[in-house]
Design a protein around this ligand. Structure first.
Ligand code: ZN
Ligand code: FE
Length: 242
C-alpha cells in the first residue's frame, strides 16, 4: 500500500511523499523546494528514490536538482515539457506507467494548465496526484491550454473511482469555496462543504486530500455541463475577488 505524506511549503503548495510500505521505495511528487522534503523523508527513515513531476512550473520542480544531488533520485516528468524539467531522466506520456515499489501509477494526459501537464493515478491504491489540474472546488488556470482541454482533462480524472483520494498541489480551497457558492448557491452539499472548509481552515487544518466524489457533488468546474460553461466559470473565477 502507498502511504502518502503531505508537506506544506511556500505560501500554499503541498509536496507529497509516496511511500511503498512493502518495499520501502519512496517517491516525491512535485518538489517545489528540497530542504523540507529531505527532512520529512529523513524523519521517517525513508530514502527518496524518485521524483514525479506533473508539469514544469517552478513551484513544482524547484527542488528537483537539490533532491537529485542529495539522493540520486530518478526524475520522471511529462515528455511534452521535458526541456523545462530539471534533471529529467524519464519522459512519459498518456498511458505510460510508473512504479513506486509495489504500486503502479498510470500517467494521464491532462494538458490545459500547461501544454504538457500530466497526472499520476495509482488506481489500486485509490490515490491521484493531479498537480495543478484539479483542486478542491477548483481547477487550474488556463495558462497554456483551452477550456476544451480542461473539460476533457477533468473528465478523464472524474472517470476514476469516486472514492479516489486526491492530493492536489495547492491549498486553494477556501478561496475556491468563496467562488463556488456564488455559482451554485442552491447546492446544499456545496454550502455544507464550504462551511466545513471555513471551520478546517480556521483551525489551520489542510483540506487536502479530498475525494472525487466530493468534487462530483460540489466542484463548479467538474459540474460544468459544457465547455462554454466551464470557460465562463473559469473566466469569472479569474476575475473574482472574494
Ligand atoms: Zn502550476
Ligand atoms: Fe502550482
Amino acid at each position: 500500500m502507498l502511504e502518502v505524506v503531505q508537506i506544506p511549503v511556500l505560501s500554499d503548495n503541498y509536496v507529497f511523499l509516496a511511500h511503498c510500505s512493502l518495499t520501502g521505495a519512496t517517491a516525491v511528487i512535485d518538489p517545489a523546494v528540497a530542504e523540507p522534503v529531505l527532512e520529512a523523508a529523513a524523519a521517517r527513515g525513508w530514502k527518496i528514490s524518485q521524483i514525479l513531476n506533473t508539469h514544469w512550473h517552478p513551484d513544482h520542480v524547484g527542488g528537483n536538482a537539490a533532491i537529485v544531488a542529495a539522493t540520486g533520485a530518478v526524475v520522471t516528468g511529462p515528455a511534452a515539457e521535458a526541456a523545462k524539467i530539471p534533471e529529467i531522466s524519464r519522459a512519459v506520456t498518456d498511458g505510460d506507467t510508473v512504479r513506486v515499489g509495489a504500486s503502479t501509477g498510470r500517467v494521464i494526459d491532462v494538458a490545459a494548465h500547461t501544454a504538457g501537464h500530466i497526472a499520476y493515478a495509482f488506481e489500486d491504491d485509490g490515490v491521484l496526484f493531479p498537480g495543478d489540474t484539479l483542486f478542491a472546488l477548483g481547477c487550474g488556470r488556463l495558462f497554456e491550454g483551452t477550456a476544451a482541454q480542461m473539460h476533457a482533462a477533468l473528465g478523464r480524472l472524474m472517470a476514476l473511482a469516486p472514492e479516489t483520494r486526491v492530493y492536489c498541489a495547492h491549498e486553494y480551497t477556501q478561496s475556491n469555496a468563496r467562488f463556488a457558492v456564488t455559482v451554485e448557491p442552491e447546492n446544499a452539499a456545496l454550502m455544507a462543504r464550504a462551511a466545513e472548509i471555513d471551520r478546517l481552515r480556521g483551525d489551520g487544518v489542510p483540506t487536502v486530500p479530498f475525494t472525487l466524489a466530493d468534487e462530483a457533488a460540489t466542484n463548479p468546474f467538474v459540474r460544468a455541463e459544457s465547455v462554454a460553461e466551464l470557460a465562463a466559470r473559469r473566466a469569472a473565477k479569474d476575475a473574482f475577488r472574494g
